[in-house]
Design a protein around this ligand. Structure first.
Ligand code: FPP
Length: 256
């Protein structure tokens, strides 16, 4: 359970804050290249930006923050860079877990655990177990994650239930499939932000993004901070979310 170590700042729980923000933290390599630094330094500065954004998220009243920290396609990078990214995850959990816990952050990890080194799996499990009952912010770490694999896994589980005679295929609705995804206990993202100017989802939360608002920010991830997050939220607040209907649900919800 959250021990409430971080005081609730003024302006938190704002009615216009999206409940769930998901971020594609792109541009670490380009940030480093622009400064003549190794890519690893870009990733290291990316972790610093992440720390700021986690803190800003609960200050701004966001309940769920999902970060794309290693995609199933990132295995195609050089082994040395993969080693750097795994090293940063190890260090992030070892150094920051106690603070995250003290700040009431619940850590959830989505993605494939199979094929990961056993110490990484143990750290991910430790982070989830320690913070399980925290309620201030859920930090969803998408690690070794790819949407297509996630959906294929859900399809496999459902197919097995049908083959075992436990399920009628006619009962497989979008809600049922959604309940078999890694994110079954997490609401769909309201806002997906991608930094560095690229404008695509890159196999990130593709099922869950059906009605998400997308905001593309031209700055590279290491330069992203609370002000940039507020800017993206301000852009989000201008959007009318009709979910296929005629009534703007976000405007009705906040009464503005
Ligand atoms: C994209 O930048 C970023 C990544 C592939 C990884 C994101 C990882 C971090 C911010 C740090 C590690 C995270 C944790 C949770 C410890 P890029 O390398 O694709 O940049 P580029 O497109 O400019 O080359």
């Amino acid at each position: 359970m959250s021990n409430g170590a971080m005081p609730k700042p003024e302006g938190s729980d704002r009615a216009d804050a999206p409940r769930h923000v998901a971020i594609i933290m792109d541009g670490n390599g380009r940030w480093a290249a622009a400064r003549g630094l190794p890519r690893a330094e870009g990733h290291r500065r990316g972790v610093e930006a992440l720390r700021k954004v986690v803190r800003a998220s609960h200050e701004l009243g966001i309940s769920y923050l999902t970060i794309f920290s290693f995609s199933s396609e990132n295995w195609s990078r050089p082994a040395s860079e993969i080693g750097d990214l795994f090293g940063l995850l190890r260090r992030f959990i070892r150094n920051d877990l106690a603070t995250l816990h003290a700040d009431g952050v619940r850590v959830r990890v989505i993605g494939e655990r199979e094929g990961l080194e056993s110490d990484i799996c143990a750290l991910l499990t430790e982070a989830e177990d320690l913070t399980r009952n925290n309620t201030r912010l859920t930090l969803v770490v998408a690690f070794n994650y790819g949407s297509r694999q996630e959906i294929a896994n859900a399809a496999q589980r459902l197919a097995r239930e049908v083959a075992d005679g436990k399920r009628d295929p006619a009962t497989i609705t979008p809600d049922v499939l959604g309940a078999h995804l890694d994110t079954s206990d997490i609401p769909d993202p309201d806002l997906i932000i991608r930094t560095s100017g690229e404008q695509r989802l890159s196999n990130f939360l593709m099922w869950q993004a059906a009605y998400s608002e997308l905001v593309f920010v031209p700055i590279h991830w290491p330069d992203f901070d609370k002000a940039a997050l507020e800017g993206a939220i301000a852009e989000y607040a201008t959007r009318e979310r009709r979910f296929g209907g005629l009534v703007a649900k976000n405007v009705a919800k906040t009464g503005s």
